[in-house]
Design a protein around this ligand. Structure first.
Ligand code: 13P
Length: 252
């Protein structure tokens, strides 16, 4: 049985005061015996404080990105070892906003994935197609390519300690969520791609969905057999809403 995973990607939101309130709400509201792995991914500058606040809670901390290099003259970048040092467990790699706005290509995403695992961090590898790619019927081809770029350099066993997030670009921040059937179709495809290489790793891999997940639609999406939780943007900024989504994941 795969343990559900729900992570909040705060993106570039928050302040010390807002974060304190949000984290307090999460710590107070999360049942002690949560049957899902829960994490929050604040902006870099808040990671240390967030990890400190969550230290004795069951909520993990993740970064939203990482440098592919390990140390040196890379102004503005943050190394995986530093994320580990301040208490991160997870790191998002290949988010579509990084791919589209900051031109991160498949090869760079693969290097970031490797850099994360080299420090014992669990990468949350994001894959997903644009609206244009979906309309042209290229969805499965795109996610296969994005996945293969990582597996070709990291090897299939790297997925033993990773999470894959399917995030259709057209569903991110748009309020247009994929239907549970659309999500299931792509999740099953991803699991199938992994199974071609290793059936056991495929069966144990957590594949979460991201894109306009809210308390109101989480349950039906998470009910699908190959959907193991969610990567939540906007709805992770409100404690009540995020807790309801976490509860929906635990119901399965
Ligand atoms: P929204 O939940 O705001 O659509 O964002 C999804 C996302 O990009 C999570 O990484």
């Amino acid at each position: 049985m795969r343990r559900p995973f729900v992570a909040g990607n705060w993106k570039m939101h928050g302040s010390r005061a807002e974060n304190a309130q949000l984290l307090d709400g999460l710590v107070q509201g999360l049942p002690a015996q949560a049957s899902a792995d829960i994490a929050v991914c604040p902006p870099f500058v808040y990671l240390w404080e967030t990890a400190r606040v969550l230290k004795s809670s069951a909520i993990g901390v993740g970064a939203q990105s990482v440098c592919a290099e390990s140390i040196g003259a890379f102004t503005g970048e943050v190394a995986a070892s530093m994320l580990k040092d301040v208490g991160c467990t997870y790191v998002i790699v290949g988010h579509s906003e990084r791919r589209a706005i900051y031109r991160e290509d498949d090869a760079l995403v693969a290097r970031k994935f490797l850099a994360s695992q080299s420090q014992g961090l669990i990468p949350i590898l994001c894959v997903g197609e644009t609206l244009e790619e979906r309309e042209q019927g290229h969805t499965t081809e795109v996610v296969s390519r994005q996945l293969a770029a990582v597996l070709d350099v990291a090897g299939i066993s790297a997925l033993d300690t990773a999470v894959v997030a399917y995030e259709p670009v057209w569903a991110i921040g748009t309020g247009k969520t994929a239907t549970p059937e659309q999500a299931q179709e792509v999740h099953a495809h991803i699991r199938g791609e992994v199974a071609r290489r290793d059936a056991k790793i495929a069966a144990e891999l957590r594949i979460v969905y991201g894109g306009s997940v809210k308390a109101a639609n989480a349950r039906e999406i998470f009910a699908k057999p190959d959907v193991d939780g969610g990567l939540i943007g906007g709805a992770s900024l409100k404690a009540d809403e995020f807790l309801k989504i976490c509860a929906a994941a635990q119901a399965h």
